[in-house]
Write a protein that binds this ligand. Sequence first.
Ligand code: ADP
Ligand code: MG
Length: 371
Amino acid sequence: MEEKVTKRVIGLMSGTSCDSIDAGLCEVNPDMSVKLIHGINYSYPEHIRAKLFSAFRGEISIKELCQLNFAVGKCFADAARILIEEFGKPDLISSHGQTVYHYPYDEKLDNISLKSTLQIGESSVIAKETGCTVISNFRENDIASGGQGAPLVCFADEKWFKNSLVQNIGGISNVTVVSDECETFGFDTGCGNLMIDYCVQKFFSKKYDHGGEIAASGNICESWLDCLLQDEYYFIEPPKTTGREYFSNKYTENILKTAPSDPADIIATLTALTAKTIAQAYERFVYPNVHADTVIIGGGGAYNKTMMKFLKSYLPKRLELKTHEDYGISNNFKEVMAFALLGYCTFYGIPNNVPSCTGANKRTILGKITY
Ligand SMILES: Nc1ncnc2c1ncn2[C@@H]1O[C@H](COP(=O)(O)OP(=O)(O)O)[C@@H](O)[C@H]1O
Ligand SMILES: [Mg+2]
């Protein structure tokens, strides 16, 4: 095998929230440590973002999806080019792409599996626009290996952290349990900011609840919260993943039928829901297996002060609540750094899925390389 050296890798990522393309120039080292040199949040042009949300609702044609794949590739390239103009060409670009559909279910038709995932943002466009080698399409090979194609960031968490619950709160929330007592495992705990964003947009015409201020101005409706906590997803044993396909706008509209009348109370309760489902997931699936005393929060939810306050109140007192920033890792660019590492491993042919997290039947090299 080629001897590994430090490489400069631009990680590109847009999550379920679709809030921005996060781009980060990283230095990835042979010991698997990653240093962020500079990161930017690049906004999609509004018409592309609108098209993506139409895609999430299943309201675009195959023709439009075909076009969107190339258009999103161009946006990802534009984000990368901002970093390239300032810092020069990297050795590699590693792109997660934009998930438009994720179907992690073991459903079969005539013995043909329907389990699948689709990340768009054509890697050929990124490669040609930037002149860089691009690693992309990580999730497919895990699914082809019997896994759910997610969560993939666990691979980085395992390298970077010790004896901690590494909790990401993006559109969806997911945890990686890194412990000396067992193999690393991880799963999606449930919704993160997705339903909050939808309702903040609907009732307050804002993109998100900055700092958790709206939630702080309302009251938790305990009876509605109890009702929301009954959703069957929260009771399923890991490995499990979820997404916009499940916690969809339709799902949100449906739960709103029984919501309290004050919109601020709705936001407060949905914020509590994310915090409570995280706490309950630990009680059900983590504490019975491992002793934990540190939770490290990352993702946009880490900036929601009300969510952090609720989470603190729901977690056992002995748990220390930290953020990635406490470890010198940006909350904002952590996933970008993780995908820079995944791309680095793909380049060197190092298996980079974690079967105990995704349910895959073996370790495998994820990703495709475009020259
Ligand atoms: N300053 C902030 N205050 C409150 N919430 C925030 C803040 N910044 C980001 N968020 C929330 O985090 C979301 C984006 O989180 P992110 O980790 O990028 O998720 P994803 O991976 O799904 O894109 C936003 O949609 C918003 O709900
Ligand atoms: Mg995001």
